[in-house]
Structures are given as C-alpha cells and as structure tokens.
Ligand binder design. Structure first.
Ligand SMILES: [Zn+2]
Length: 76
C-alpha cells in the first residue's frame, strides 16, 4: 500500500492506544485501520525500524498484518 507520508521511511508503526504494531508492508487489507490511526495521531515509529525493537518496547504484532505476511510466505 502507499505509505502515509509520515511513515514514508518506516515499516513498523505502533498504535499507542492498543499497543499493537502494524507492518505497513502487509497492511493492504486493513488500510482503513491505518488511515484511522493516522487521523487519531496516536501512532509512533521505532528506532531501529524493526519488529524486535517494537516488541522490546511492549508492542505486539497486529494479527491482520501477521496473517497477511504468512499468506505471502505461503505463496512464495
Ligand atoms: Zn495491521
């Protein structure tokens, strides 16, 4: 999907309300949720921009992003 401008250079985007981290490379099927997050402005990015870093900070991977990533792995 087209990344929100704020996250042009980030892949992992956390939602401070829910402690969920989205994988923007696998968020196509719930882009509306990402747009809502951008509107709510409760997002944050991570440094370094990695899933382990997000997990270290207490975030868990979005189930929809995880499902999309595993579908892609199955196709590969
Ligand atoms: Zn997600």
């Amino acid at each position: 999907m087209e990344r929100p401008t704020r996250f042009e250079h980030s892949r992992w985007v956390g939602d401070k309300r829910t402690w969920v981290v989205h994988d923007l490379d696998h968020a196509d099927d719930h882009a509306d949720a990402i747009a809502e997050l951008m509107d709510a402005r409760t997002y944050l990015s991570f440094g370094p921009d990695t899933l382990p870093e997000a997990r270290n900070r207490g975030y868990r991977l979005c189930t929809q992003c995880r499902a999309a990533a595993s579908r892609e792995d199955a196709d590969a």
